[in-house]
Ligand binder design. Structure first.
Ligand SMILES: Nc1ncnc2c1ncn2[C@@H]1O[C@H](COP(=O)(O)OP(=O)(O)OP(=O)(O)O)[C@@H](O)[C@H]1O
Ligand SMILES: [Mg+2]
Length: 295
């Protein structure tokens, strides 16, 4: 059976002072399906505060939605049997923005990898475990001898992030939930990271939900994209289609306000954004604030 993650009408409200009704709706009626076969990359793009991380937390079971369902292989993730839950924990792996927060500064980075070996029973001997760790480090273009034995602060941000990818490589999950994993990396390291995700898709059949505020990253990854604004997924489809024929004014505005990422300049046509209010224009500009481009 093909593994799937399905969101059905997910709504997430939070108590918030000074808002109408005393709450804000961070995610409103979000529905989508991620399938393990064929492996795919689906990006979720939107400005800061649009609800992206909330959706990631819903998918990872860290936050129970106020309404709607998150299903893993058709079953509510909050009502899985022990065996189903173990399968879900192994097959839905997060990668977050700042791996430094995940590493314990007092332990060598090896520990994160050994913990995965032990928790998931990946090897029966120490030699086999070490061989697996080394293979996975090489798969993410890290030299084991330059990483093992080091403390987190002795590695660069890009190396720390790739150690987390090595952990993913060891586990071979069906799904990777990556929340802004490259936003703290510079252009060169960012490209390396994205290429590894694409390798994982091609070589190991991993499906990634890639969360970002940066359209040029989406463009680089290809696959499918969902555009979210104010908690609502307003547009979705293959990246090429959405970027060349955006149907929602917010997407048009996002595309219009980023530096041209496509060398053949396919999107230079003037895009009318008069449908949007001043506030939305300002937000869209904010969301696409030029930063280090990917390519
Ligand atoms: N635990 C919480 N309690 C109250 N409000 C929250 C909570 N988590 C998120 N929010 C609010 O929900 C909205 C969506 O937040 P979320 O973190 O999902 O956005 P985001 O798209 O990931 O933003 P960013 O790009 O800055 O990471 C924001 O208004 C945020 O302040
Ligand atoms: Mg976020």
């Amino acid at each position: 059976m093909t593994k799937t993650i399905e969101l059905k009408g997910v709504q997430q409200r939070f108590h918030a002072r000074g808002t109408a009704g005393g709450y804000l709706t961070a995610v409103d009626d979000a529905s989508f399906t991620l399938s393990a076969e064929p492996a795919q990359v689906t990006s979720l793009v939107g400005q800061s505060g649009s609800g992206k991380s909330t959706i990631a937390r819903n998918v990872l079971g860290l936050q129970k939605p106020t309404a709607g369902d998150v299903l893993y292989n058709g079953k509510d993730i909050f009502q899985l049997s022990r065996a189903e839950y173990d399968d879900y924990r192994r097959n839905v792996q997060p990668v977050f923005q700042d791996p430094y927060a995940i590493f314990n500064p007092f332990y060598r980075v090896d520990r994160v990898l050994w913990k995965a070996v032990k928790k998931f029973g990946l090897a029966s001997t120490r030699e086999a475990g070490l061989a697996l760790i080394e293979e996975s480090l090489r798969a993410v273009k890290l030299e084991p001898e330059r990483v093992l034995g080091r403390y987190p602060h002795q590695l660069s941000g890009g190396q720390r992030q790739r150690v987390m990818l090595a952990r993913v490589h060891m586990l071979r999950p069906a799904f990777i939930i990556a929340d802004e994993p490259v936003s703290m990396l510079d252009a060169q390291v960012r490209k390396l990271f994205l290429d590894i995700l694409l390798d994982f898709q091609r070589d190991h059949g991993m499906t990634t939900l890639f969360i970002t505020h940066d359209l040029s990253t989406v463009y680089y990854l290809g696959g499918d994209v969902m555009v979210i604004t104010k908690g609502v997924i307003v547009e979705r489809g293959p990246v090429d289609t959405v970027m060349h024929e955006p149907s929602h004014p917010y997407t048009k505005l996002l595309l219009d306000s980023i530096p041209q990422p496509d060398p053949d300049q396919r999107w230079t046509d003037r895009i009318e954004v008069d449908e949007l209010g001043e506030e939305e224009k300002a937000e869209a500009k904010l969301a696409s604030t030029p930063e280090t481009p990917v390519i």
